[in-house]
Ligand binder design. Structure first.
Ligand code: GRF
Length: 186
């Protein structure tokens, strides 16, 4: 199955998907890494790995036109599914409808807790015993679609946003390739 990945920055989750896709029994190939930030570090990494890339800044372009360019790049590359990996832009209802049920995202909280930004700071402020990450289907509701898989991380008394984020990120890198493979195998 042909997977396109959208990123905005570092792209470490994208890299974990690309690396996992090289296994013989992996059900997906990464056919395009696209970014709204031409300077995203993840784009350079993907290029160096021989993965096709596409960059389109949304600056000065109406949102429908910007999304049409992303959509066209994905379709021209043959994408059948989309994985969001640190893509920091909200997709329009229209875009979601055109790819209904075929977009997944990874979010750094135990959804339905802490949708949106600053998830680790909010988990620490609430005194939670556990944090984690979730992979979910993308719908029109932000961070709201069906949850396909989660991983938990225990919160330690000495945790800061940085230490917690680092431990959750390590789990994200294990969770995302596994759940995407299960999803595309089902
Ligand atoms: C990850 O924590 C992901 O859960 C969130 O944004 C971050 C992206 O990191 N959506 P990276 O670009 O994959 O390294």
């Amino acid at each position: 199955k042909k997977l396109g990945i959208l990123i905005s920055g570092r792209g470490s989750n994208m890299a974990s998907l690309v690396e996992a896709s090289r296994a013989d029994d992996c059900p997906y190939q990464v056919i395009l890494v696209a970014s709204d930030k031409p300077e995203a570090a993840g784009l350079a990494w993907a290029r160096a790995q021989g993965v096709a890339t596409f960059a389109q800044s949304p600056k000065g372009i109406p949102k429908p036109e910007y999304e049409a360019k992303i959509d066209a790049a994905l379709r021209e590359a043959g994408a059948e599914y989309i994985a969001l990996a640190g893509y920091m832009r909200l997709l329009s209802d229209d875009f979601v409808a055109r790819w209904r049920g075929r977009i997944v995202n990874i979010h750094p909280s135990l959804l339905p807790k802490y949708k949106g930004l600053d998830t680790h700071a909010r988990a620490l402020a609430m005194g939670d015993a556990e944090a984690g990450c979730s992979v979910h289907i993308v719908t029109e509701e932000l961070d709201g679609g069906e949850i396909l898989g989660q991983a938990q991380v225990r919160i330690e008394a000495r945790d800061t946003v940085e230490t917690l984020a680092a431990r959750v990120l390590a789990e994200e890198h294990r969770l995302y390739p596994r759940v995407v493979a299960e999803w595309l195998n089902r």
